[in-house]
Design a protein around this ligand. Structure first.
Ligand SMILES: NC(=O)c1ccc[n+]([C@@H]2O[C@H](COP(=O)([O-])OP(=O)(O)OC[C@H]3O[C@@H](n4cnc5c(N)ncnc54)[C@H](OP(=O)(O)O)[C@@H]3O)[C@@H](O)[C@H]2O)c1
Length: 175
């Protein structure tokens, strides 16, 4: 796990055309990128939108699911929260590092509170129905690290470059 307790970070992946989702899943099939996500958030408290939560087979304990539905039933160890800010506060109270894991609507609300954004830029265009929010001013954040790997994208059978970038925001808001 990459972050210390009390730090709020976001993690996600985006295609060259800004797409991040298709049919409530990822537009691409790159197991190595998914494994990077799982490694990075291991042991963290997660803040996740209801749609993304429903797309996940395995949801770790201390996951805070943002939803306006008061009667939402969740897997054991998961908690409904009424807003992203409430989710961030409850996630911080666990004492674990906190990761915002999407989807688009949750990134759009959470970015002002994030000190880091772990963003994988997938250097190809993909068809999709959900876009990375263009309100997030990552161009103004500093780049802490950056590395590129080439992996086989399984749906197309073609290699694709994945650029793993860690951005840092200087003065994140307190939720
Ligand atoms: N590429 C990536 O890294 C990545 C990461 C995560 C997800 N995704 C993809 O993104 C897509 C889903 O994104 P999405 O934006 O459609 O859905 P989402 O953010 O996962 O969930 C949306 C739902 O969250 C709740 N919500 C969101 N903001 C809220 C707020 N401010 N207050 C209260 N509730 C709030 C609402 O739930 P209720 O309707 O229950 O009220 C809303 O319908 C999927 O395709 C998923 O696979 C991609």
């Amino acid at each position: 796990m990459a972050e210390e307790a009390s730090m709020i970070a976001a993690i996600g992946a985006v295609a060259a055309n800004g797409v991040l989702g298709l049919d409530n899943w990822l537009p691409w099939d790159i197991p190595e990128e998914l494994a990077y996500f799982e490694r990075t958030v291991e042991g963290a408290a997660l803040v996740v939108g209801r749609a993304t939560y429903e797309s996940m087979d395995v949801v770790p304990p201390d996951s805070f699911v943002v939803s306006r539905q008061p009667d939402l039933r969740l897997k054991s160890g998961c908690h409904r929260v009424v807003s992203v800010e409430e989710g961030l506060r409850q996630a911080l109270a666990t004492g674990k590092p906190v990761f915002v894991i999407g989807g688009a609507s949750v990134y759009a609300a959470a970015w002002p509170y994030c000190q880091r954004f772990y963003l994988t830029r997938i250097e190809r265009e993909f068809a999709g129905d959900t876009l990375f929010p263009d309100v997030i001013p990552l161009a103004d954040w500093s780049v802490l690290s950056e590395r590129v790997e080439s992996y086989l994208e399984r749906k197309s059978g073609a290699p694709v470059a994945c650029r793993f970038i860690q951005y840092e925001q200087a003065n994140p808001r307190v939720p």
